[in-house]
Design a protein around this ligand. Structure first.
Ligand code: PEP
Ligand code: MN
Length: 342
């Protein structure tokens, strides 16, 4: 249920509605827009009848049922889009955000070099994995805390925010200590204990779509995080499994406009894990921009041929710089053209 407050509703009136919602066993989730406050009331159906009384409380304009199973993530639950601020970077705002860096953090030298490549290219956020989800137990599993330290150092030296994946509930606190954004990888998209745990974190969460996850399931996973207390969720399309084998996964480009219609959350694309080959990163990034994504996450490595993971899909520095040149030009073009065509 969404409780839409009147434009001139006072804080006391909002508070009264919030307490009422809680008193019938629902969770209250207020969100203040430019115009008015909207309060999401979520819970199981048992208190539904009692909720209807809220319509008669002062300051309440109307009550709207949310028909979608994801309540807080749905467009109805909020006025406008969610814009997430991390340092000076805005995700979901007017700009196109680029997150770049190596698949894995491998050494101080490799991490610092990668970070300066990201900065030189004009990226906004540095990525790097310290805990790696690998198909084979014999593959490199990540530098763990040592890697987190290097990532943080790289962020400090470049003045850029950093993002890294968290694999287990037991590691959320330590990853939160070092990273600016917590990444939930494709394999953990329905690890509900982990989703609830990052829902209690004070840092934004980048939630990747799983390789077998429908858009609705992805939104339900986002709902776990938001309903646990963390509103700052960024969705990431990174390719899904299909019968096609020419690319590592199949980038579901239509997920962007579909998600944009269904949710207020920012949506980015990861062309690296979608395509699995450096050759396709540039065209897919163009696609991400054109289709209205809020950004991309791209794997970049100083020497991809020596990378311990995902070298084949990582861009070399020069290729990354060229891509970034084009991204910023296209971004300007899109912004101008969109304004003109509105
Ligand atoms: C990653 O970004 O490092 C990663 C493992 O990606 P995904 O979860 O999309 O496979
Ligand atoms: Mn990777």
């Amino acid at each position: 249920m969404i409780i839409v407050m009147k434009k001139n509703a006072t804080n006391e009136q909002i508070e009264r509605v919030v307490s009422w919602i809680k008193s019938v066993g629902y969770m209250a989730h207020p969100s203040s827009g430019v115009e008015r406050t909207i309060i999401g009331a979520v819970g199981d159906n048992r208190g539904k009848e009692h909720l209807k009384v809220i319509e008669s409380l002062t300051g309440v304009e109307k009550i709207i049922p949310i028909l979608k199973p994801y309540k807080l993530a749905s467009r109805e639950a909020k006025e406008g889009n969610t814009v997430i601020r991390v340092g000076d970077v805005e995700i979901g705002g007017t700009g196109f955000v680029v997150m770049a860096g190596p698949c894995s953090i491998e050494s101080r030298e490799q991490m610092m070099e990668s970070a300066f490549i990201a900065k030189k290219g004009g990226a906004d956020i540095i990525r790097g994995g310290a805990y790696k989800p690998r198909t084979s137990p014999y593959s490199f599993q990540g530098m763990e805390e040592e890697g987190l330290k290097l990532l943080k150092e790289a962020g400090e030296k470049t003045g850029m925010p950093v993002i890294t994946e968290v694999l287990n509930t037991s590691e959320v606190d330590i990853v939160e200590e070092y990273a600016d954004i917590l990444q939930i990888g494709a394999r953990n998209v329905q690890n509900f204990a982990l989703l609830k745990k990052v829902g209690k974190a004070k840092k934004p969460v980048l939630l990747k779509r799983g390789m077998m996850t429908t858009i609705e399931e992805l939104l339900m996973s986002a709902e776990y995080i938001i309903s646990s207390g963390n509103d700052d969720v960024i969705l990431c399309e990174r390719g899904i499994r299909t019968f096609e084998t020419a690319t590592r996964n199949t980038l579901d480009i239509s997920a962007v406009p579909v998600l944009k219609a269904l949710t207020h959350l920012p949506v980015i694309i990861d062309p690296s894990h979608a395509a699995g080959h450096w050759r396709y990163i540039q065209p897919l990034t163009r696609g991400a921009l054109a289709v209205g994504a809020d950004g991309v996450m791209i794997e970049v490595h100083p020497e991809p041929e020596k990378a311990v993971s995902d070298g084949g899909q990582s861009l070399k520095p020069e290729k990354f710089y060229r891509l970034m040149d084009e991204v910023r030009k296209l971004e300007q073009f899109m912004r101008h053209e969109m304004k003109v065509s509105q």
